[in-house]
Design a binder for this molecule. Structure first.
Ligand SMILES: [Zn+2]
Length: 439
């Protein structure tokens, strides 16, 4: 990760330097910016400042869940360090964020045998009664199966055990599963973690209650424990689980978007935004999601400052708060800067993990894409020349800007190798277990 985190800033920074051209159609990016690009790449790959900073951030403060004291302490530290770096207009812009507190939680298999399941409550979940909810489990493999078997769901805990395909597809069980189960009369909802495998590491993430049905407690099991319950059901053995959760939603709390700039030398009122989201879930330290993306954007501007590369337009780092369970940082930024949005020439976010950079995912016009293609050519020395076009916003926190017509971009990274390894491991596991059942 050390190498990767050194490379990512190069990508952000090049973009930031070159982005002036996205709306203004500069024909000769390759010649004009070759020297600056090479100097940035050298700067970004010749030390480990960003990696050490990320280590310091996650080790010192721990998790950065919205509404927590540890998030606000981390923001204070970042703001002070940005000022010490000599960045300009460093400030925390106020945002009120939701405050969900996990509390204690557990899930125990009661039948056919006693076993402590690996679980994590889903962000935003309501609590169970103090004594917990003990109920038979109905395992379904899809929303369609739940619909077919709705009559069996009443009074039960519904478990979605849907094989992982792609994050964007499988995560529907996390966002929409609990309300679908509630509508069928379930008393609680469990899901298989939205991951290819998890080996007693369940994954949290936000759920989204539909306001037309009363919310029920919702939690994720490890992929393997969900498979275990599914196998019991397939063998006709009744499955009973006790779920205990004491999660609470407290009144909204004050937080901040971190903003820092290098003011442009020619068009200071025009803005290039680059950043990541600084909040995380509460059960890790958010090193990948999205400490890495946040520090990469910060490092990009620090490097520009250190190398004396004053951009033509203002380059603004934004570390959005509350992406994970509310997106309030993104909406607050768009609201606070509403008058300035037409002066935004590009918005870029890095929220795909600190893997090797491959290039960009871009939502913009054909003419803007042609310019970005030239910019990408400058990244040949680090092999990050890809430009993938999408419609709609490529990343969560820049969505309000993309919707207002600002060209929007996300760093494209190479996470395929890690994904493929995990997928093949899980396929082997499923095959082996299927083989066992045949005996
Ligand atoms: Zn993220």
């Amino acid at each position: 990760m050390s190498f990767r985190l050194r490379v990512a800033p190069a990508l952000c920074i090049l973009l930031a330097t070159m982005a002036h051209a996205v709306r203004a159609q500069q024909p000769d990016v390759a010649t004009t910016y070759r020297a600056a690009a090479d100097s940035l790449i050298r700067g970004a790959t010749s030390d480990s400042v960003a990696y050490r900073r990320l280590g310091r951030l996650v080790d010192t403060f721990g998790h950065r869940l919205s509404g927590s004291a540890s998030l606000e302490a981390a923001l204070d530290w970042i703001l002070a360090a940005m000022k010490a770096d000599g960045l300009e207009n460093v400030r925390g812009e106020p945002v009120m964020v939701p405050r969900w507190v996990r509390g204690s939680e557990s899930a125990d298999l009661v039948k056919p045998r006693r076993y402590r399941l690996a679980m994590l409550g889903l962000g935003g979940s309501v609590a169970t009664p103090k004594a917990g909810i003990t109920a038979p489990v109905l395992v379904v493999g899809s929303f369609e199966e739940l619909e077919r078997r709705a009559s069996e769901a009443k009074g039960r805990i519904v478990l979605f055990d849907m094989p992982f395909t792609e994050y964007g597809i499988t995560r529907r069980i996390r966002t929409d599963g609990p309300s679908a189960a509630a509508r069928a009369g379930a008393v609680a909802c469990l899901i298989s973690s939205v991951a290819s495998s998890s080996i007693r590491s369940p994954h949290t993430g936000a759920t989204r209650y539909d306001s037309t049905v009363a919310p029920i407690p919702a939690a994720a099991l490890s992929v393997e424990d969900a498979m275990l319950l599914h196998r019991f059901q397939d063998r006709g053995e009744p499955v009973v689980v006790t779920l205990r959760m004491s999660a609470r939603t407290l009144p909204d709390a004050p937080s901040r978007n971190v903003v820092a700039e290098l003011v442009g030398r020619e068009k200071p009122d025009e803005v290039v935004v680059l950043g990541g989201h600084i909040d995380s879930w509460d059960v890790g330290q958010g090193a990948m999601d999205d400490g890495g993306g946040s520090v990469a954007a910060w490092e990009a501007v620090r490097l520009m400052k250190r190398l004396g590369l004053r951009p033509r337009r203002t380059v603004r780092v934004v570390l959005w708060t509350n992406e994970e369970n509310g997106g309030r940082g993104a909406t607050a930024y768009a609201r606070t800067h509403a008058g300035e949005v037409p002066k935004h020439v590009l918005a870029m976010e890095s929220d795909n993990g600190a893997f090797n950079p491959k290039g960009y995912v871009l939502a913009a016009s054909d003419s803007a894409a042609a310019v970005v293609q030239q910019v990408a050519g400058l990244l040949q020395p680090i092999g990050a020349t890809g430009v993938q076009r999408v419609t709609g916003s490529p990343a969560a926190d820049i969505t309000p800007l993309a919707e207002a017509g600002v060209p929007a971009m996300e760093l494209d990274v190479d996470s395929e190798e890690a994904d493929a390894l995990a997928r093949s491991g899980l396929q082997l596991l499923r095959a082996a277990l299927a083989g066992l059942d045949d005996d």
